[in-house]
Ligand binder design. Sequence first.
Ligand SMILES: *[C@@H]1O[C@H](CO)[C@@H](O)[C@H](O)[C@H]1NC(C)=O
Length: 655
Amino acid sequence: MLRRQFCFLTTTILLFDLTLGFYLPGLAPVNFCPSSPTDVSCETEVKVYVNRLNSIETALPYEYNHFDFCPTPEKEESPVENLGQVVFGERIRPSVYKFSFGQNFTDRAACESRKYKVNADDKRKLQTILDGIKKNYKHHWIIDNMPVTWCRTLADDPSKKVCEPGFPIGCYTKQNKNVDCPLSYEKLEKDTHYLFNYAHITIQYHPKENDWGNQANKLPEGAGRLVGASIELDSVDFSVKGKRVPMALPEKIDKEFAITYKYGVTFIVNSNTKWSSRWDYILNSTPHTEIQWFSILNSVVIVIFLTGMTAMILLRNLHKDIARYNQMDNSEEAQEEFGWKLVHGDVFRAPRKGMFLSLLLGSGVQIFFMTMITLVFACLGFLSPANRGALMTCALVLYVCLGTPAGYVSARIYKLFGGEKWKSNVILTALLSPGIVFGIFFILNLVLWSLGSSAAIPFGTLVALLGLWLGISVPLTFVGAYFGFKKRVIDLPVRTNQIPRQIPIMSFYTRPLPGIIMGGILPFGCIFIQLFFILNSIWSHQMYYMFGFLFLVFIILIITCSETTILLCYFHLCAEDYHWWWRSFLTSGSTAFYFFLYCIYYYVSRLEMEGFASAFIYFGYSFIMMFICFLLTGTIGFFSCFWFVTKIYGSVKVD
Ligand SMILES: *[C@@H]1O[C@H](CO)[C@@H](O)[C@H](O)[C@H]1NC(C)=O
């Protein structure tokens, strides 16, 4: 499956490459040669890039240079990052780790030893490393656009080997020394920080093949493409001569000491893995396919159950109702109207706060199309984890470009409600929902910035985001609204009476609030397993790549949201309660409420975050996600209910 996606991807890139001279950066294969050939481009040096460090125990990532490791070379430029990477807090820098392709070595010093004297400045530097070890911060190194993986056998089950695309700074011996510290020393001290200052990188490469295109035969002997990079860690105090001692960090500096970082490299030939499928093993190292199928099965069962129920209730009752309503031609019998037909003179009565509802609907439509198109692109393989930050960039750009449908829908709905303040409508559609998201994002950024975290986006990017919003999205919304207002009011099947009808007293089940609260349960039930993986990818830094599943779940979410809303809407109309506009939005929108509850549950049960700052960041981002989910699900519910109500009242005769 994955392989096919990549095939598709590479052919598409090739097409782009041929026609437009354009390709997605980082996704074209790079050839490596032991010596530089004259007439064909081939890299001789393998460079390691370092990303920001993060931890599942805090929500605050830090740049590599926040810690006192070998400082990144200032002269070299950092690779260009796309918007999505910057917004998501990735900070990729060149590093001092670089070496010639194809040459094994060990014990090469990475930089001059870092010396620590008895002074406040060095004390602070040491403290950041100690804190980093204690909070379990992880390095993320990148070689040839691939994450460097760290594999180890589990201490409690030596037959199992786990690999992850990140590795710790060091280890702290707290309870079980040998479990806490995967080091090969006989004796480790208790309650000690050991630093991993020796890294041995193993690089697998696929040797040159003749089907690599017409340039391949020009490549020298021994050329290849990198298909895997892994790392082994060790802790060695190089200042002790003659015997091997682990590098234990002192809690306090009472005498001068130095840390030396060294590394080694081994190149291994791997003819079995192709460059195009080199990501498979990283992605397969987190085997969740079974759970994914379970998740789909779970959602499908809910959908079948719900569809069955909806079909049974609606088809049976509705058909009977409509047949009966239409039989009662004239006069006497018509007086004995009952059920939902009774409210025909009120069902399209404009709601209170119609302006606000139309704003939410406009933004909801924008988010709906953004999600839909992003997922389609993701399914086609354009947004795989190999293409860093592409998912977020795609979503942001789409959101900005989809201002037109937002303005259009908001304007048409507002016009339907008989609103007259069309200027406010247009401006608020363009500013309200994005403003809420941007406002929260800005506050979170201030907090991150004050804490020196790398997740704080730079001022330039903030301005760029503002520019995208105010410079592109807002004008596009105005264009949409212009066309929306120019169109005639949406045709409704029945006319609204002058005087509003009294709504009878409701039983518990038909009262608004219980209906709204119940409405979100089933849609949430369909998505919560996927949510687990999505939250994992955001907060536990696991890769998310099963977009096929996600797309399926999105479709299922649309179906369940519509069906529950239609069903509850029907019950309410039968109970002669015609306030359905807002209720339909809130019924399915309450999925977001469950989503937020789930975020709380995830925080408590899955994460080990400590401190107010982390919690603030976590819940800030959760709130943004909840708001987006609310707009999305609410809009789905509203439009399905609108369609349903128009349909049923269109099929009965009203004099
Ligand atoms: C590097 O080490 C690997 C594994 O020991 C070996 O297979 C390979 O031939 C070595 N390469 C060179 C250039 O010595």
